[in-house]
Design a protein around this ligand. Structure first.
Ligand code: SAH
Length: 240
């Protein structure tokens, strides 16, 4: 059984978009995941096929209608897949959430446009609001592709080298160490000597130190959390 994404959007032609290429595209061709991009407008019932209306209480822009969206969601999600609404007000996406989604049957993903969607739809259909960062996009389609890209690479059999997934930034709670490859000399700059030493234990230690230093400098929030976990672990070991 492969991962199935149902995407509700006003722009189904935007899919698979980037997901039709490279790693995700190959996985799609191999049937490791499937998608269905559903046009929300197909669920409009008036003669203008309208999906949005002016905001109650006034103000700029338009709001997507709850009744139209409810018909669309109810039609496509009569299963156990999580129902996600891409939204800047949502919980920021994390590698942990990505991993959990990749272990599941798929997702129904609603892409917003305009000012957003009627709150009654979010509440009544119990949508999980997910943000891809603290900035505003013009629509949820790119955000949905970001979410799906991060999930698809974790699906079974998609990444050739399973090991490389485990060493990635965030998987250990730290940012990843720097990478180097040939040529040995580039514009007068050499590859750090330890990496060409052949001493694997030393290389591991160096990479670990680089990871910690980089995380501490760039993401004190992640470093703090990692330190706390590390201390809790060593305390637990001493008690045993
Ligand atoms: N008025 C809204 C923004 C609407 S942007 C607000 O201030 O919160 C239009 C749509 O783009 C949203 O409904 C959402 O689906 C999508 N979107 C915009 N920024 C996003 C982000 N950072 N993460 C996920 N989706 C986003």
């Amino acid at each position: 059984m492969s991962f199935v994404a149902t995407i509700l959007t006003l722009y189904p032609e935007m899919f698979p978009g980037t997901l039709g290429h490279a790693l995700a595209g190959k996985a799609l061709a191999e049937g490791k995941w499937r998608y269905d991009a559903v046009n929300i407008r197909d669920y409009a019932q008036d003669k203008h096929r309208s999906v949005d209306d002016t905001p109650a209480g006034g103000g700029a822009g338009m709001v997507m209608r709850a009744d139209v969206l409810a018909r669309a969601i109810d039609d496509v999600s009569n299963d156990t897949r999580p129902r996600v609404f891409m939204s800047p007000r949502g919980k920021p996406l994390t590698q942990e959430r990505v991993r959990a989604l990749a272990a599941g049957p798929g997702a129904v993903i609603l892409c917003g446009r305009f000012e957003g969607v009627d709150q009654r739809l979010i509440d009544s259909r119990k949508l999980e609001e997910v943000s891809i960062g603290d900035y505003i996009l013009s629509g949820g389609e790119v955000a949905a592709q970001v979410l799906l890209d991060s999930v698809i690479r974790l699906l079974p059999g998609v990444m050739g080298n399973v090991h490389s997934g485990l060493e990635e930034s965030f998987e250990s709670g730290l940012l990843e160490h720097p990478h180097y490859t040939r040529p040995q000399e580039f514009e007068g700059l050499s590859i750090p000597e330890v990496l060409t030493s052949g001493n694997h234990a030393k290389i591991e230690t160096w990479r670990r130190e680089q990871s910690v230093a980089l995380t501490r400098e760039r993401r004190p929030d992640l470093w703090q959390a990692w330190e706390t976990r590390k201390n809790a672990r060593s305390k637990g070991e001493k008690q045993r």
